[in-house]
Design a protein around this ligand. Structure first.
Ligand code: PEP
Ligand code: MG
Length: 538
């Protein structure tokens, strides 16, 4: 038996076959013969042109001219004789297809940037972007194939684009060597309700050689090939935890109200249709955060407006008139969709992510807005923008919403005018909450990112765990002032970061004036029990 510890991020006991997840191999970096590399280049170039043409079509339908033209110009750039000849010459002199495209794209971009003509200078970024798309395809990666049956997954770490591919009904538990309590792996574990340890001190090779892995994620322990006594002890604990969970069932259909009659709504955080079913099953009073980017991750191409519409409509219909808040695309930082071929960033958490990315790429944003508004006719939808920093971003996003509504009206498509809220995730938005509260219909605090940016702590960095303080006075001051700003403007404020699911903090949030807490479905019953049992002095 081998034994060690990890940081528990979702409690519970699990045992079963270990499966070690290895990152899928990136396409081989070996350089083939010039003929083979040239063939790879032409195939990747064709694939990039197909992607760009598809995006241009979406842009033209959604928004008309300008964005579509840029994408069409990028298609022409990839057919440009100078580019093709330059790449072929570099390949002939020994470069790999990816190196050749990168070099030639950069050389052409620099030539353009040096021109006098403003328009042509502006095209330098487009040629870089088009070349990056081709190299992205050339360096693209494969996928991991999961065997049959149930297992506990062991990994170095998991990116959101990997977690969405997990066969969720077969994962009994998760153990990662990296990760932090606020990482998206931890968030996924809470959403899926599976016992999880991060920062485990386990050698993955030992995991590969073991027959059984048992974890006690209530106290942060793991055991490889546990002896009989340990296994019996863990099984007993597992059944006592199941028993406690059954005790919470009584809170499933109750209102969340304290003994003195103060009410708060408990909503669920979801990322897929399965999560919506889970939210319903635990008596969520609504969906407070639909992480819509999960519909874009772990796949090979952009979801169509129709696919998005179906997902949102399903959520709206399933929740039967209860509120469903769809957060618009929050791609960037650790949530990457490789087919978008977005340029690498030095500091992605501070980069072109969330609403910033959507405003920079309306060809991505407008189809999503159209899908949300179309689905609004089928239930009680709201929309919410992530990573807002300045008021103009919200105003511009609202203008795009109006544009979409006008288009739907022209097309004779049914929609409703729905509440538009923002996430407060940056200190700037928190400090300007009063101004935002005049423009938004509600404010929902994303404490995961707000903590990261306020305390200057990368939420992915395992080494910062001891510095992480959800009750840091700076954070509490911001939280208090956000609720006050909402109250003064006569709108509601909620919390949808992971802190919302911490039963020990629920009373404090209620006292601050928060009217909604949105959390992993698996956390709702315990938080409801805590609020319903709250002793309050009059
Ligand atoms: C947050 O930042 O608190 C949040 C809810 O968004 P995400 O965790 O998806 O970044
Ligand atoms: Mg966030």
């Amino acid at each position: 038996m081998k034994h060690g510890i990890g940081l528990p991020v979702y409690p519970g006991v699990a045992m079963g076959k270990p499966l070690v997840y290895r990152k899928p191999e990136a396409a081989s970096s070996d350089v083939g013969t010039p003929e083979a590399e040239a063939l790879k280049f032409h195939r990747a170039c064709q694939e990039a042109k197909n992607q760009l043409s598809a995006l241009a079509k979406i842009a033209r339908e959604g928004l008309g001219g300008e964005q579509a033209e840029i994408l069409e110009v990028q298609v022409l750039m990839l057919e440009d004789g100078e580019l093709l000849e330059g790449v072929e010459a570099a390949i002939a002199s020994g470069a790999s297809a990816a190196e050749a495209v990168q070099q030639q794209g950069e050389a052409m971009a620099q030539d353009m940037a040096a021109l006098d003509d403003d328009y042509l200078r502006g095209r330098a970024a487009d040629i870089r972007d088009a070349a990056a798309r081709v190299t992205g395809i050339l360096r693209g990666s494969g996928t991991f194939s999961f065997p049959e049956g149930k297992f506990l997954l062991l990994a170095e770490d998991l990116a959101p684009s990997e977690t969405v591919r997990l066969p969720r009904d077969r994962v009994l538990g998760l153990v990662t060597r990296q990760g932090s309590a606020n990482s998206h792996t931890a968030i996924l574990a809470r959403t899926l309700n599976i016992p999880t340890l991060v920062q485990a001190d386990m050698d993955l090779k030992d995991g590969e050689n073991a027959k059984i892995l048992a974890i006690d994620a209530s106290c942060g322990e793991w055991f490889l090939d546990p002896d009989e006594e340990t296994l019996a002890r863990l099984k007993e604990k597992q059944s006592s935890l199941n028993h406690q969970q059954t005790g919470l069932d009584a809170y499933r259909d109750r209102e969340t109200v304290t003994a003195s009659g103060r009410k708060i709504q408990l909503f669920a955080n979801v990322g897929s249709a399965e999560d919506v079913a889970e939210a319903q099953a635990v008596g969520a009073e609504g969906i407070g955060l639909y992480r819509s980017e999960f519909l874009y991750l772990g796949r090979e191409k952009l979801p169509s407006e129709e696919e998005l519409f179906e997902a949102y409509r399903t959520a709206a219909e399933r929740m039967k008139g209860r509120s469903v808040i769809i957060r618009t695309l929050d791609i960037g930082a650790d949530k990457q969709a490789s087919y978008l071929n977005l340029p690498a960033e030095e500091n992605p958490a501070l980069g072109l992510r969330g609403l910033r990315l959507c405003l920079a790429h309306p060809e991505l944003f407008l189809p999503q807005l159209r899908a949300i508004y179309r689905a609004s006719a089928y239930g009680n939808l709201s929309l919410m923008f992530p990573m807002v920093t300045s008021l103009w971003e919200l105003q511009e996003a609202k203008r795009l919403c109006t544009q979409v509504c006008l288009e739907l009206e022209d097309d004779g498509v049914a929609y409703r005018e729905i509440p538009i809220g923002i996430m407060i995730e940056t200190p700037a938005a928190a400090l300007e909450a009063r101004e935002f509260a005049k423009e938004a219909d509600f404010l929902s605090v994303g404490t995961n990112d707000l903590t990261q940016y306020t305390l200057a702590q990368d939420r992915q960095n395992a080494a910062l765990e001891r510095f992480f303080d959800p009750c840091h006075p700076a954070l509490l001051k911001l939280l208090r002032s956000i609720a006050e700003a909402a109250g003064q403007a006569g709108i509601w404020a909620g919390i949808c970061g992971e802190l919302a699911g911490d039963a020990t903090l629920a009373g404090m949030f209620l006292d601050m004036g928060y009217r909604e807490l949105s959390m992993a479905p698996g956390r709702i019953l315990e938080v409801r029990k805590t609020i319903c049992e709250r002793e309050e002095t009059p």
